[in-house]
Structure formats: structure tokens, C-alpha cells
Design a binder for this molecule. Structure first.
Ligand SMILES: [Mn+2]
Length: 325
């Protein structure tokens, strides 16, 4: 048998000695963060260790009832000096808990390439698809099999962070892990439906408006769509029901950059999201004080939606037609 990497072995050794621990995730936790927590709760239960997930009072936990067993979440800090397992979180300051230091031992399990390597035990692999995949590595290293419920959560976490097995981070190890979870009883259709098929008819009508109104710029190398408050009102959709629209615009053959400009009723007047299949769109977002990743970025503005759309269109036209990206 291949020897375990030292950092993974150290985390496993530590887990076996625990009596009770707190788990923590990043602020505004996503599916991967909560799924990783669900997996760790299950592993600790199998080891006979008491574990709870601790989050701030006002954190919203997406898909909480599907991902996490009932009664495993505590609002507020864990008891002082209890070991704290931080999951899917790049720095201590980003935790969904009000702390900048912790009196007890901290174990840092994450896959963000810019992780600050905080904590006493660090198991960080920037090339891993998701923290859920790392939790599966831990399970195998401990010789444990996740329950069917936590296997489904972990599969959901991997699917979410890889855009359902399509982003660069999807490796042979990711597929091997997904296969292992499937053997443990994951209903792959059920998980897909839970993650990607819960939209409303109103949201579909909103998609239709955004797509019908999308403007081609730079000889169809870019598509820019705009949604105003009037659009949400016309179809009865909520402002957050725009997830995926900009990706669908980007998926059109020949389109190198897609943008969605959304008017908002709260906060800055407009929020713009940019997606690209090669160009650094975070450079455009930075011109308006925004940022993000090279291929997925965004910015906010207090200008009106028409103004922002016109600015973005001319910026894309200029850059794509002169290859100045
Ligand atoms: Mn993640």
C-alpha cells in the first residue's frame, strides 16, 4: 500500500484522538463547504467523536436540510479551546464565525490555492476539485465509508465545485472519488436534480427575457444581456434567480466573453457578471473596482443598467477586435 502523504496522515491521527470538536466553514457557505462539513460530521460520528458545525447567527445555509443531518448545526462559537476544524476556507478571517484567532487547536482542510495555511495542522491541496474530495481522501485514509446520506452530500459538493465535472480542476482522482461515492449508494440523478433542477417557471421566463434581449458585440465574439427591475416584475421572478444565465450565453459557439448586467433593488444599483473561455475578464472588472477569477469576474456600479451595458459593450468591442486582452 502507498504511504499516506504526511499532512493527510497527521490529520487522520489527530481525528482519532479527539473527544469533541467544532467544525467551521467559510462565510456565505456554498454547497462544497456544507457537504464537506456533512462528510466530516459522519466520519467523526463513526470515530465516536462528538462534532457540531458552528456558524454565525445570520449565516444562510443553502440546501441545509438536504446536506446536513438534523440538529448538527449550532449558531455561535464552539466552547473555548475546543479543537476547530476549518473546512473550505482560505483564511481564518473568512470563517463564518467572528474570530481572528482561536485558543484551541486549529485544523485547516481546504483546496483554495491562496489558502494562508493558518492553523496547527494543515491539509491543503490547491489542485483538488473541492474540499469534499479531500474529505473523501480522509475517509479512505481512515478506512471509513461515508453513510449513504453523507456520500450524497459529498458527491453534491464535488459536482458543485467542478460545475458538474467540467472545470479544469476535474481530475482522474475526482472521477475515481465520484465512482467510489456512487458505489456507496449515491443516487446521481437525485443529486443532479437537487442541485440543478429546482428553478421556478418565473426564473425560466426571466432567462427567456435575458437571452432574447442579449446583444452580440465584437462580431458575435461577445454577448451582453441586461435585466432591469422591470424584467423581474414582469415575470414575477426574484432578483437572485439569475444563476446560470451568463454561463448559458458563454456556451454559444464562437462566444469568447459573456456578460450579464443586473439592476438591483438593494445595494449598488447594478451588478455585472463576466464569463470568458480564455480572456482575463477580471481585468475589465478591475476597471470598475471589481475582481474575481481570470475567467469569471464581476463588479458593481451605481450607474444605470443601460449605461453599464453600453460601457461594457464598447470595452469588449475594443478589446476583442484589437486582440488587446
Ligand atoms: Mn470549495
Amino acid at each position: 500500500m502507498k504511504a499516506l502523504p504526511a499532512d493527510l496522515a497527521a490529520v487522520c491521527r489527530r481525528m482519532k484522538t479527539e473527544r469533541s470538536v467544532g467544525l467551521a466553514v467559510h462565510e456565505r457557505p456554498d454547497t462544497d463547504a456544507l457537504a464537506a462539513a456533512a462528510g466530516m460530521l459522519d466520519l467523526f460520528a463513526q470515530l465516536g467523536v462528538e462534532a457540531r458545525l458552528h456558524v454565525d447567527r445570520d449565516e444562510v445555509l443553502p440546501l441545509e436540510e438536504l446536506l446536513l443531518p438534523l440538529g448538527t448545526v449550532t449558531r455561535g462559537l464552539p466552547p473555548a479551546r475546543q479543537p476547530l476544524y476549518a473546512l473550505d476556507c482560505g483564511s481564518l478571517e473568512r470563517l463564518a464565525l467572528p474570530l481572528t484567532s482561536w485558543g484551541g487547536l486549529v485544523v485547516n482542510i481546504d483546496h483554495h490555492h491562496d489558502n494562508t495555511r493558518f492553523g496547527d495542522l494543515v491539509y491543503v491541496r490547491g489542485e483538488a476539485s473541492s474540499t469534499s474530495e479531500l474529505v473523501c481522501d480522509i475517509a479512505r485514509a481512515l478506512g471509513l465509508r461515508p453513510s449513504q446520506q453523507s456520500a450524497e452530500a459529498l458527491f453534491a459538493g464535488i459536482s458543485f465545485d467542478t460545475g458538474h465535472f467540467r472545470h479544469d480542476s476535474t481530475s482522474a482522482a475526482t472521477f475515481a472519488t465520484a465512482a467510489w461515492l456512487t458505489e456507496l449508494g449515491v443516487g446521481v440523478t437525485r443529486v443532479f436534480s437537487m442541485l440543478y433542477e429546482q428553478g421556478s417557471l418565473e426564473a425560466l421566463h426571466l432567462w427567456a427575457r435575458a437571452i432574447a434581449g442579449a446583444q452580440a458585440v465584437a462580431c458575435r465574439h461577445a454577448l451582453v444581456a441586461t435585466l432591469t427591475l422591470a424584467d423581474y416584475a414582469a415575470v414575477g421572478a426574484a432578483e437572485e434567480e439569475t444563476e446560470g444565465i451568463v454561463d448559458s450565453l458563454r456556451s454559444i459557439a464562437g462566444v469568447e466573453v459573456a456578460a450579464l448586467v443586473k439592476e438591483q433593488s438593494r445595494g449598488p444599483r447594478v451588478r455585472a457578471s463576466l464569463r470568458s473561455n480564455g480572456h482575463d475578464v477580471s481585468a475589465i472588472a478591475a476597471l470598475k473596482g471589481g475582481g474575481g477569477h481570470r475567467l469569471a469576474a464581476g463588479f458593481s456600479s451605481d450607474d444605470g443598467p443601460e449605461e453599464v451595458t453600453a460601457w461594457l459593450s464598447s470595452e469588449l468591442e475594443k478589446r476583442l477586435l484589437t486582440a488587446s486582452f
